[in-house]
Design a protein around this ligand. Sequence first.
Ligand code: G6Q
Length: 549
Amino acid sequence: MPQSNLTDAPAFQALIQHFAEAKEWQMRTLFSQQSDRFNRFSIETAGLLLDYSKNRLNEKTMDLLFQLARECDLESKRSAMFSGEKINTTENRAVLHTALRLPRGASLVVDGQDVVPEVHAVLDHIKAFSDRVRSGQWTGCTGQAITDIVNIGIGGSDLGPEMTCRALRPFVHPRLTMHFVSNVDGHDLDAVLAKVPSESTLFIIASKTFTTRETMMNAQSARSWFLQAHAEPDLPRHFVAVSTNTEAVRSFGIDTENMFPFWDWVGGRYSVWSAIGLPLALAIGFEGFSEFLAGAHAMDQHFQTAPLEKNMPVILGLIGIWYRNFFGSSSLSIAPYHQDLSQFPAYLQQLDMESNGKRVTAAGQPVSTATCPIVWGDVGTNGQHAYFQLLHQGTDVTPVDFIAALKAAHDLEGHHMVLLANCFAQSEAFMRGKTAEEVRVEMRAQQIPDEKIESLLPHRVFPGNRPSNTILMDKLAPSTLGALIALYEHKTFVQGVIWGINSFDQWGVELGKVLAKNIEAELTGAAHPDAHDGSTNGLIARAKISLSE
Ligand code: G6Q
């Protein structure tokens, strides 16, 4: 039932009623009443386990949430995405990152054309190129094998390759060092150029449009830097491009033979599976990249075929709806207990907040409920020594997603057990909290006088009942990373469908691409003292004083 207002959906109304009761529940009680709660509220697929038992919900909550998903036509909207319907209506585009992970031989016809052969033609090109670079057959202009790869891109053309290359660090070719430059702030490029030898560095200019100001400026500066030491005909051995804009790539001086294309139906934040993933293929090899795609494809198949009740991305998405729209949680913390996933929270921040940070429905009407929460986080155990204070004892209830790998990729003794123990202990502490009586017993055992105990008591009590999910994998490898990213992509899709928004445009980001142009001209050229508000005029005038010194 496509309702005009989400709040009018019968299941939404039933959830409001149900929440009046559920908000009083204590998870400690739920666990003591249901000894098999872990079995009831956990699911395993595509190499990932999701334990969602430490949440303020029961079977009825989930049933109502599944009903809500059905009333929002989740199943038909899911089919529409997978079959290539133009669900990104404001840009009139299909949304087909899932087609990038289809195996060779599959078929998906969009606008009368099967896209799978094109996808695999680009993958073949990526394979041939990455094999040559990794084997040392592709050399720089002095005949040296490539030692350093610099990806220049921003947003979706940076976060995916950088996050995945970092996540799969143990799989990276030992001769290759990966670098990522995104910020127009010259300190970013300058720091990388200071480290890399021009004769053995390969630059990848990654931009879907090949017009993004930051990327083009960094690319031009990298080109000038290169030409200080080498000649123009040497450029093609050191600069390749990933783009949809052949003309702009050619006029930059890149041989279009070394251009890796993708398509308008691949959104920036969903593009790591396309040629935008070239740095990852170079770093871990094409076989590893194929496993990464296969991991995501396994999650796609699960999402596409499993009933809602046994569907991991659906469950994860609906739990998020429960906290956002009923408990009023305005943020979601991502806590990977894995150093190599240090960029994963930032990656999810873009995926989720750029997709679902919307205030009107796909039909252009104001939404009737809150939409995307703020997504943030950092690796454990580091976060425990910083902002976890607020998560334990602050005034807001912030749901947390814990992510951990059961096996480590190092053999340093003891570390991994300590890491895992901390991960599990934190989710337990969020759930249980610590009652006044438990604090008293603990302090008495430490021989602390009663008077002192009572004065410290309010500070040492933990309310608990704070929800979390835990996602476990055997080890962080190309296939599990692929499945993990796809899990969150589909979770984002599920929530976008419930909120009735277009998760695949980004007009707020487009605005940023044009806003600075006028001010840039004013900073470097003639001032227009009255062009802006008083504050902006004042800042421009003050900057010009320093810039002219
Ligand atoms: C992603 C966004 C945005 C985009 C960048 C880079 O979904 O649209 O982050 O990826 O602005 O754009 P180009 O690849 O066109 O340079």
